[in-house]
Design a binder for this molecule. Structure first.
Ligand SMILES: O=C(O)CCC(=O)C(=O)O
Length: 205
């Protein structure tokens, strides 16, 4: 796959880290009980990320809700994650802040018991939320996707919630038992007016 975008629109988003010395470092958040999140706000350069955005936005047949690609990816995410062996790629496009993914976990058997899932984001910044799963025998509230996220967050204790603002060119990796013990979502955001594209790299057994 070569990167030859038809149009480049670097100007539509201001580079939040114009000074390379001020780029925030990767952070690892220990969720407890063997689950971790690694977040790198600037995994790809601002310019390269726009090239990827334009390529994906223009060249992928986005008519299907999701597209899963098996095989080798030309985006060398595994190089940043030694020990990982991704062989599947799920592509998502959110044309506005109205498009979202509700609470879920990617705990299907085909991903194994401790799947590593790496998400590279392009375009509009969006919030990515994590909340701890409720125990089945608990009397705590059921998950309700229709309820505003802010209301749900207020109900829950702080340590059971995490939020990452996924930047253009960022990498977020869910590791360990994150899929078994946590739910994640990309909620609606009225202020997110532009398109976001995400690539999620996985290993299918
Ligand atoms: O677009 C994203 O970053 C989230 C996608 C997601 O939750 C998923 O593919 O399971």
């Amino acid at each position: 796959m070569s990167l030859k975008p038809k149009t480049l629109s670097f100007g539509r988003l201001t580079n939040p880290y114009p000074n390379p010395n001020e780029i925030p470092k990767s952070q690892t958040v220990d969720l407890g009980n063997g689950s971790q999140i690694v977040y790198s706000p600037r995994f790809l350069s601002f310019e390269d990320s726009w090239k990827w955005f334009e390529y994906l936005n223009n060249e992928i047949p986005w008519t299907t809700p999701t597209l899963r690609v098996f095989g080798r990816s030309c985006l060398q995410v595994h190089k940043a994650l030694p020990g990982s062996s991704f062989n599947s790629l799920l592509l998502n496009r959110y044309k506005s802040g109205n498009e979202y993914v509700g609470w879920h976990s990617d705990d299907e058997k085909l991903y194994g018991s401790t799947p590593e899932i790496a998400t590279v984001s392009f375009g509009c910044d969006r919030d990515f939320l994590l909340k701890k799963k409720k125990h089945k025998n608990s009397s705590q509230e059921r998950i309700n996707d229709e309820e505003p996220v802010t209301k749900r967050l207020k109900k829950s204790s702080h340590v059971d919630q995490h939020s990452f603002n996924l930047k253009h060119g960022s990498l977020l990796v869910m590791k360990g038992y994150t899929q078994r013990d946590w739910l994640h979502s990309l909620p609606k955001r009225a202020k997110a007016e532009a398109t976001r594209i995400s690539l999620t790299f996985r290993h299918v057994l």
